[in-house]
Design a protein around this ligand. Structure first.
Ligand code: IPE
Ligand code: IPE
Ligand code: MG
Length: 240
């Protein structure tokens, strides 16, 4: 039987290559990526996943050509207007994770409204990492604690992080064939299972999600312990 992860995090990579393969502009791939995310949110909620965290725009993505960056900003603002009412109706609670300072007033307004409008929902928590970097998160958490004169410990840092409202991801999926973290959830993925998919993000569908969940179910999460210790703790399935 498949064990559904409580928290799935995804590096939604491969939009540009999906478009290039079809001789389309890269932005067409990003648009298709929004459709793929809509389906993925629904599929996760249907499968009982409680938290989905997605990487939508990294701190380093500002280094892309200006046309692509502004295309992504416009698409993000548009997608918020179009998708949030449906997400709200579906019981999704939205959070934006990332440095907000550099974002335009239009994007900030969309983010603020989406969070406000969905705050009372509880079916699925959707964290959208936008202008996010794992290093930024660790640094901002440490700076916050220092400003408050608090000691820096694992637990105080944990509660100052941008994802303090959710437990760590059980499963991190990266689409698009690359096997790297690209500054995503550096702190929170310490004990996550990783699955690298050859599918480009626009092609990552319900079947691909089910395959990932099935692979996750077969992994033994030891958290530093031995297999023997885990087996000893497992409740017996044999009736006495
Ligand atoms: C991921 O797709 C989306 C963003 C980084 C915004 P890419 O745009 O990185 O797609 P590839 O890797 O070039 O195919
Ligand atoms: C990671 O993808 C960021 C997002 C998916 C938003 P990139 O395409 O930016 O990562 P690199 O540059 O290949 O490492
Ligand atoms: Mg990429």
């Amino acid at each position: 039987m498949s064990q559904t992860p409580n928290h799935i995090a995804i590096v939604m990579d491969g939009n540009g290559r999906w478009a290039s393969k079809r001789f389309l502009p890269r932005i067409a791939g990003h648009k298709q990526g929004v459709d793929s995310l809509r389906r993925c949110v629904k599929a996760c909620a249907d499968r009982g996943v409680a938290i989905l965290t997605v990487f939508a725009f990294s701190s380093e993505n500002w280094n892309r050509p200006i046309e692509e960056v502004s295309g992504l900003m416009d698409l993000f603002a548009m997608a918020l207007t179009r998708e949030v009412p449906n997400l709200k109706a579906d019981g999704v609670q939205i959070h934006f994770i990332g440095e907000r300072k550099a974002l335009s007033p239009k994007v900030l307004a969309g983010i603020g409204l989406a969070e406000f409008d969905t705050a009372k929902n509880s079916r699925l928590i959707l964290n959208i990492c936008f202008n996010y970097g794992g290093r930024w998160d660790i640094a901002q958490a440490a700076a916050k604690l220092a400003a408050q004169g608090q000691a820096i410990t694992e637990s105080s840092l944990n509660s100052a992080m941008a994802l303090a409202h959710v437990p760590d991801p059980d499963l991190v999926i990266r689409t698009g064939s690359e096997q790297r973290i690209s500054n995503f959830l550096l702190w929170q993925s310490a004990y996550s299972e990783f699955i690298f998919s050859d599918k480009l993000w626009p092609e990552f569908d319900e079947n691909a999600l089910d395959d990932a969940i099935a692979e996750f179910s077969g992994r033994e999460r030891r958290f530093g312990q031995t297999s023997g210790q885990l087996l000893a703790k497992k409740p017996s399935t044999v009736p006495n």
